[in-house]
Design a protein around this ligand. Structure first.
Ligand SMILES: [Zn+2]
Ligand SMILES: [Zn+2]
Length: 307
């Protein structure tokens, strides 16, 4: 069914738009992009229809600065509707194509890369559709944990990631509030790993969508914990809020989907607390991070240069 809807949207919206813009050479890419656009729209509907009412039901704190939430909404729309991905594609695709082509053809002397598939490790077990998806999910989540540790560990990367943490009105729209350079580095790493471990495009989309939806929930202004056992199985709003806490956070709860990495590497904190978020405790007023989209991007760039 998904394929049919993809076809209908492609034929009625994407294809005519590409032809009107004289971009017929991107027809095939446009078809692939349609599935991302579809999932992005589904995500936005789910956020608006489920997470927003949940926030009204059990908020952690009152909304005192709606303007800053509107900017976070802009970030979410840019990312989930694929505008950032489109920019990445147009600017980086030729470069990546060449790099991956060289890896595939063995020009770097690494002949097997690009043909390796992690789910072929144990044929008839790991290549089962569900097992394979879970396997890739765990691998990407492990990678995400260490990317997040690096975002806090390297001063230059923190100069960018701190924009995400400066938000004092954290809501279900705050997940994509990041510096574009930060997103670019993270996405490039994930795409390279996806290539190296041979995840299929449809599995990759599912993993990304699931991760994004879970991240939207984690950032929600929502007093919600998954209970003693659940808190250790999946990252909850309580778990991630503690990572954002002004006084408590930063050193804890880096996990993106699975708290198990924080448990294994000694960074887990399961205290049942709902703290104010932001980074004022570090002696920096959060207004220094800018209020509008471009101000935030420009100030982030300046922080990076200073570092
Ligand atoms: Zn962080
Ligand atoms: Zn966060």
């Amino acid at each position: 069914m998904t394929i049919d809807v993809q076809q209908i949207i492609f034929e009625n919206v994407i294809q005519p738009a590409l032809l009107a813009l004289d971009m017929g050479r991107y027809i095939e890419d446009g078809y692939r992009a349609t599935i991302w656009l579809m999932w992005g729209c589904i995500e936005l509907v789910l956020i608006a229809c489920i997470l927003v009412p949940l926030q009204r039901w059990r908020p952690v704190e009152a909304v005192t600065d709606p303007a800053t939430i509107r900017v976070d909404m802009l970030y979410t729309f840019i990312h989930r509707l694929g505008l950032f991905r489109l920019f990445m594609f147009l600017s980086l695709e030729p470069l990546l194509d060449e790099a991956f082509g060289m890896l595939r053809s063995g020009s770097f002397g690494i002949i097997s890369l690009g043909t390796f598939q992690l789910d072929q490790l144990w044929p008839s077990v790991t290549d089962n559709a569900v097992v394979s998806l879970l396997l890739y999910l765990v691998v990407f989540d492990f990678l995400d944990y260490w990317i997040h540790r690096a975002q806090h560990g390297f001063p230059a990367w923190w100069a960018l990631h701190s924009l995400h943490h400066a938000q004092r009105q954290m809501t279900c729209w705050s997940d994509n509030r990041n510096h574009l350079l930060d997103d670019l580095i993270r996405d490039l790493l994930l795409v390279c790993i996806a290539f190296l471990i041979g995840v299929s495009p449809s599995q990759f989309i599912l993993i990304v969508v699931l991760t994004q939806l879970s991240e939207s929930l984690q950032h929600a202004n929502l007093r919600l914990s998954f209970g003693r056992v659940g808190e250790r199985l999946w990252v909850s709003p309580r778990f991630h809020r503690l990572h954002h806490s002004i006084e408590y956070g930063f050193g804890h709860n880096f996990g993106v989907l699975l708290p198990v990495w924080d448990v294994l590497f000694g960074t887990a904190n399961f205290d049942d607390r709902y703290e104010p978020t932001g980074i004022d405790a570090l002696g920096v007023d959060s207004t220094d991070y800018g209020r509008g989209f471009w101000a935030q991007q420009w100030l982030g760039f300046k922080r990076l240069v200073r570092t």
